[in-house]
Design a protein around this ligand. Sequence first.
Ligand code: SF4
Ligand code: SF4
Length: 273
Amino acid sequence: MFIDVSKCTGCYSCFLACKDEYCGNDYPGYSASQPSTGHYWMRLVEKERGTYPKVKLDYVPTPCMQCREASCIKSSKNGSVYRRSDGIVIIDPEKAKGQKEIVSSCPYRVIYWNEEKGVPQKCTFCAHLLDEGWKEPRCVETCPTGALVFGDMNDPESGLSKLRSSQDVEILHPEYELNPGVCYVGLPKRFIAGEVILGNQPDECAEGISVTLVSETGMQNGKTDHYGDFEFEGLESNKDFVVKIEHEGYSPREFSVKTRTDINLGEILLESV
Ligand code: SF4
Ligand code: SF4
């Protein structure tokens, strides 16, 4: 699965489609029915960034990562969690009964305990539907913005493979070293923003002012927008940057910042010379 975070609007259609497919429905060999509350097989992790008035909200859709080195498989007994030849990791709803320890074996925290049935459960990539000939799972089919894409990574001609090769994809928590089958673009990073005001025109929006971001790896040039605002997005965490604001006839300003968090430089006054 390929997930473009920049296209996710947080509408929760994927989450609801998953509930519709699994709540009250048993799929023997694939999954026991999902409880109506408490399980998030497709979880939308909300990431709020910045400080007022420069605030952003991103949603990171998070199903099971279908890891190639899955820790849930290693922790399970009796072959109750296994990886199919197509890469999908399945928790057998019969064999896994009573194995609550499987829930905590996943560092992505995408396995849930079904108290009523005494079984660990998670996203199955809708394997029962794929085995019936469906081309994609319910959550992917229902996403109105195309943020979720499903396909065969081993087929170089599949839409998924083409998307993967055309963009810089990332995985969640590479430090877990579980080699996930779910990849992302547009994961939230740090941003630096601010607003420029010209000292001798305080009631006008300072549009088109040159703003330059300098780091040890290079330089980005930008301009303030119609409102005098600027923003540099997609920056690495904990890196040093210098922001330079220059406009002919005004004294330049310069700020040294470190992206420990997102940074709002606030109102920046340029005085005329
Ligand atoms: S994300 Fe967690 S539950 Fe899914 S395969 Fe990886 S380790 Fe197992
Ligand atoms: S792939 Fe299927 S099981 Fe997994 S989150 Fe989507 S709808 Fe739910």
